[in-house]
Design a protein around this ligand. Sequence first.
Ligand SMILES: *Cc1c(COP(=O)(O)O)cnc(C)c1O
Length: 386
Amino acid sequence: MKLSTLLVRSGINKQDATGAISTPIYHSATFMHRGLGLSTGFDYSRTQNPTRLQLEKAITQLEGGVDSLAFSSGMAAITAILTLFNPGDHIIISDDVYGGTYRVFDHVFSKYQLAFDCVDISDTENILKALKPNTAAIFIETPTNPMMKIADVKKIVDICKRHNLICIFDNTFLSVYLFRPLEIGVDIVIESATKYLSGHNDVLAGIVSTAREDLAEKLRFIQNTTGAVLSPTDSWLLLRGLKTLGIRLDRQQYNAMKIAQWLAKRPEITRVLYPGLPQHPGHHILKDLARGFGAMISFEVKDKTMVKTVLENLKIISFAESLGGVESLITYPIEQTHKDVPDELRKKIGLNDRLLRLSVGIEDSEDLIMDLQQALQCKPSHTQEV
Ligand SMILES: *Cc1c(COP(=O)(O)O)cnc(C)c1O
């Protein structure tokens, strides 16, 4: 079955006694036993809940793994993965990972002696140079956030196999619809389901999938033990969101390409970072790797004073964090998502105070372009700095 069909059918349980097309929400914390040693398969909702199970099964099928777990946020999912490691282990991460991922490494896991190095993963040589005898894993994203760098994931998987490292891939930006990392040998895939998977900016969720039985068993144990599980209602919202992931992303990508091409011609814009543009340095790698280029665009305005003007004058596109939903959103990474990333690292990756990041939604692309055009043409008000 094709992925777009699987997506629509996810959540339909042919064994359901009532024939419900939409998965019922089981708001039950605990479940009765029929007798001593006679569990229904459900005992307590931290361990397993029927609504969450339906979602986890759907994700496993979509990802092509052996098991998946649903967490209460993307960060809860990443935290669960990191507890697989031991004090003294070393992890290589991309130098422009999601700000929250950097923060959990830097402020939380460093306390437990989990060491990490940030490298530019768009050149695999950098990864080879960063390898240490205690390196246990590589944690990557593609495209990266917000610099849209592309990693040659197949080469990184090879390095992991040769050096016996766990390859962890944050697939939030492309989602399972455009890229299935487990298929090419990634060990663990994580997605902030808050973004494309749910798609309506109405739920926080994180999912983890793996194609390795040994890791699946460990991750299930961690999920049940540490407890950041996804609630039944949120599991249902995510199941509902999944059904339209395919058509949403098709439209979002169509809009993103139009907008990126338009931005690339504007005199007010000095740089457009969108891997769908042929001039993007990672264009060919991503074309070979994934079924699409996603709908995230970063761009630099000519001078810093324009940032405030653009953000305050957009009429359709909302100035808000997050991404992946049906509504177009714009953020200012240096002040928002990447505030906790040290200045020095931000300089190294080229994240400056003129960079804006656009998450393209499903509105009409002409309206979005007109909105950007009028905001870019507004005169700056010289009253305040951003
Ligand atoms: C948002 C995001 C996360 C964190 O997910 P939450 O659901 O906000 O906890 C992790 N990785 C990436 C790439 C993200 O965009």
